[in-house]
Design a protein around this ligand. Structure first.
Ligand code: NAD
Ligand code: UDP
Length: 311
């Protein structure tokens, strides 16, 4: 039976991934320091004898026998990763070194959860993996963006120097049940605001765009990526190429929740990217015709149902 370590396993993406890997018949160790993740996300897995929960911070080394590592540990929303910027960069840099070191010692494969933020405020649209990005190295988003860029560098250096089997996935905005209701990300904010009858806070004039991927589509891509041959290292973009403006998203959430809320406007945060859309042709080619299947409206309805129960 394959033994798999999921760092950040009590978070939004990690908890779904643990569940998915257990369903596939693997042994799963979920490692988390509970900074943004919660036990509630994985409570239903605790009684499974093939599931193990470890409270640990990846800034410190960790040792175990394992076949595959999904390195997801890192706060992902701007509010959370800016809360303690130095800790965020330590998690991406020192944490990734520790996980790559573990992969090297036990000859495990390691998949690094990278991000579309490595493209910064992109000058190439849609973004292909060949684009090196346009990132401010000294701004308020840099602890996350540059930390994740450095983590990619580390992966490629461990591959070149130590032959570690690495896989880098650049995840674009992903949403779904178990997002933290107060993490400040646009989908959780808008749904919570609409359900509570508060005004939806659009930053800037709402013309900036994002492409939103439902969690199930990402999980399918991550698992397929881990299963690729050793010479497939990435980076590979994973996201839904359908692009929406933030204003369109606000209007859609109001409609789907039948809310009486209205839209209010607030200043655009510093370094907020204007456009973001993945070119997913590489993932499609490498991962057996992978492409997102769940439309925004369908995914939002599932997420709205979750928030109705949980807030
Ligand atoms: P999340 O905040 O819900 O999950 C992150 C998890 O990592 C949490 O459980 C948190 O407690 C844990 N963690 C943070 N620092 C840690 C540390 N030092 N040691 C151990 N555990 C730690 O976020 P998410 O949306 O599930 O994101 C998971 C991963 O995917 C992150 O690496 C993130 O950068 C990446 N990602 C997510 C998105 C997205 O849209 N959700 C987009 C791009 C990349
Ligand atoms: N945003 C917004 N209102 C909110 C939260 C976010 O208008 O209440 C905007 C934000 O400025 C950005 C987009 O929505 O342009 C996506 O923000 P999010 O924090 O979800 O992700 P990221 O900026 O990392 O893509």
């Amino acid at each position: 039976m394959k033994r798999i370590l999921v760092t950040g396993g009590a978070g939004f993406i990690g908890s779904h991934l643990c569940e998915r890997l257990l369903d596939m018949g693997y042994e799963v160790t979920c490692l988390d320091n509970f900074f943004t993740g919660t036990r509630k996300n994985i409570i239903h897995l605790i009684d499974n004898p093939y599931f193990e929960l470890v409270r640990h911070d990846i800034i410190m080394p960790y040792f175990m026998e394992v076949d595959e590592i999904y390195n997801l540990a890192c706060p992902a929303s701007p509010v959370h990763y800016q809360f303690n910027a130095i800790k965020t960069i330590k998690t991406s840099v020192m944490g990734t070194i520790n996980m790559l070191g573990l992969a090297k010692r036990v000859k495990a494969k390691i998949l690094q959860a990278s991000t579309s933020e490595v493209y910064g405020d992109p000058h190439v649209h849609p973004q292909t993996e060949a684009y090196w990005g346009h990132v401010n190295p000294i701004g308020i988003r840099s602890c996350y963006d540059e930390g994740k860029r450095c983590a990619e560098t580390l992966c490629m250096d461990y591959l070149r120097q130590n032959k570690v089997k690495v896989k880098i996935v650049r995840i674009f905005n992903t949403y779904g049940p178990r997002m933290h209701p107060s993490d400040g990300r646009v989908i959780s904010n808008f749904i919570v605001q609409a359900l509570k009858g508060r005004d939806l806070t659009v930053y800037g004039d709402g013309s900036q765009s994002r492409s939103f991927q439902y969690i199930d589509d990402l999980l399918e891509g991550l698992v397929r990526m881990m299963e690729t041959k050793d010479d497939v290292t990435g980076p590979v973009n994973m996201g839904n190429p359908r692009e929406f403006t933030i204003k369109q998203l606000a209007e859609l959430v109001i409609r789907l929740t039948n809310s009486k809320s209205r839209i209010t406007y607030a200043p655009l945060p510093q370094d907020d990217p204007i456009q973001r859309q993945p070119d997913i042709s590489l993932a499609n080619r490498l991962l057996d015709d992978w492409k997102p299947k769940i439309k925004l409206e369908e995914g939002l309805l599932k997420t709205i149902d979750y928030f109705k129960e949980s807030i």
